[in-house]
Design a protein around this ligand. Sequence first.
Ligand code: CP
Ligand code: NVA
Length: 338
Amino acid sequence: MAKANIDLTGRNFLTLKDFNKDEILYLIDLAQDYKDKKKKGIPVDDYRGKNVALIFEKTSTRTRCSFEVAASDLGMGSTYLDPSGSQIGKKESIADTARVLGRMYDGIEYRGFEQSIVEELAEYAGVPVWNGLTNEYHPTQMIADMLTVREKLGRLEGVKFVYMGDARYNMGNSLMIVCAKLGLHFVACTAKEYFPAPELVKQCEAYAGASGGSITLTEDVMEGTKDADVIYTDVWVSMGEPDAVWEERIKALMPYQVNQKIMDNTKNSSIFMHCLPAFHDLKTKIGKEIHEKFGITEMEVTDEVFESAKSVVFDEAENRMHSIKAIMAATLKPSEYK
Ligand code: CP
Ligand code: NVA
């Protein structure tokens, strides 16, 4: 089980830049422990009587359900505040909202736009705040992703982890940070204008220097993906971005679509990962609209790869719940009730 000497009680969970390697490994171990207990039917409701607020200014399936199921399993109540159903940012400032919710809840999850919003919430709330996704970072996803890599490949250090697509946004940024902190070899394989920001790359190079990992940015698909252990991608247009960017994204990122040729260039033991939701067929409203406008039937990943034996995307999605449970449990104090 997770190392006993690590105590994250009272900490916010806003970006993995704030956590060291041992703390991140502790959360992955704790998530594994909660997963094992869930499979065995062992109750973990040590947080009875606590309550958490879940603020979503953008939509969600996995993150919302993970927080709600995890809170319930831990014995806690939860309140979901949807993208339109609260006063936040419209009639009430973030600072005022934080001070109200901090009086009623033991922890607050926030999904929304700029990272500065979740930081302000954390500054004023007086209780732990968890980042459920901002434009810049998606840290809860990272614990699930690293748990999944470790389950599938048996290790983290030394793994060649290739991210394809828009590497400047929440997923590319967060994966580069977690890989650098944990000693993986992170490759952003994409068009130059979609490379992560130079300041963040510099910071991550320093993390990688300490962990034995590395950071590579390349436009060369065959070189970038050669002998990869993990191929990872995400949607090309993220929540909150204008529809007008579809055309330029498709043009710039189509050479970086994850297809069978790319998977054939990786190790035999490689896996395909995606945070989901994914555009891999025409069974969605957006998929159909894009098909009508641009004539394509799949985008960041082909249906063939998505549905292949190498694809671990649904194990990865399940791990969101176990890891969010670990993040809440690690940062909250268990209840005093016996
Ligand atoms: N991966 C992820 O965050 O999914 P949702 O947007 O459904 O929460
Ligand atoms: N980059 C995506 C991630 C979704 C989980 C978005 O922000 O929409």
